[in-house]
Design a protein around this ligand. Sequence first.
Ligand SMILES: [Zn+2]
Length: 312
Amino acid sequence: MPELPEVETVRLGLNQVTLAQPIRGGDVLLSRSIAHPLNVDEFLEGLKQVTITDWQRRGKYLLAKLAKSDSQEISFTTKEENSGVAASPCPRVPASIAKRDAGWLGIHLRMTGQLLWLNQEEPLSKHTRVRLFFPDNWELRFVDIRTFGKMWWVKPSQTPESIITGLQKLGPEPFCDEFSVEYLLRKLHNRQRAIKTALLDQSLVAGLGNIYADEALFLSGIRPETLGKTLSPEQIARLHRAIIQVLQTAIESGGTTFSNFLNVLGVNGNYKGIAWVYGRTGEPCRVCSTPIQRVKLAGRSSHFCPNCQQLP
Ligand SMILES: [Zn+2]
């Protein structure tokens, strides 16, 4: 499943290719890929002749700000404010487009969703679910093998949170000040559960999944099954630093090669080559050569080094 770095990689790619051009129309090949509005025609109508001014991200959700296309006044976001690890935690409407507001397009890739920027003449794969047409024969194609991915069109009068209910439960973004050592300490100390399970809870921190939770626990020397409330403040500070570090490294690598992840131009990321423990069961630890082990926690596989990651 794409996690924060993969979704961020897709977001950066979408900001490079889809902005400042009117959506000509679209085609929904699988109606259940559209979560809202339930009427697919209404979804397509909402997107027609609108322009994407900015792609934002909240957790693993992509949020495209939409503006009506018939304006000369729209100022487009054409490049990232900073290095690409920029957090985009809160959906915001630039003041310059407020009166041309055409709502939001929300997308969650779930297990296998891919957004590809292609020429319309590229043959359709049988897993193509939604197509959005752009000028010069370009299209944004949503391909999804397992069909858990979803799209939403949010009307200008509504907030993304009111329609995309998953946004309401999201915890802070890992790159935001709100996600502090004190916050993590407070949250982990009042629940009785394994640290790995806690890290996958999107209400604790937005965007972490199985890969980067395992990697962060390795880097902080903590066993996945350790109860969160038994961690010392020093361990929590180490874990906090490790979470941010693994996510930044993965974003800089363009996401992982796991789960058939592709960026919008169809290119694989290259994080896999530097994974410490994820997916390396039985292989030697990169630090101490002890074989990496796997344990199931809350139904998810967790990978760890029994030597580098000690139980308290
Ligand atoms: Zn080791």
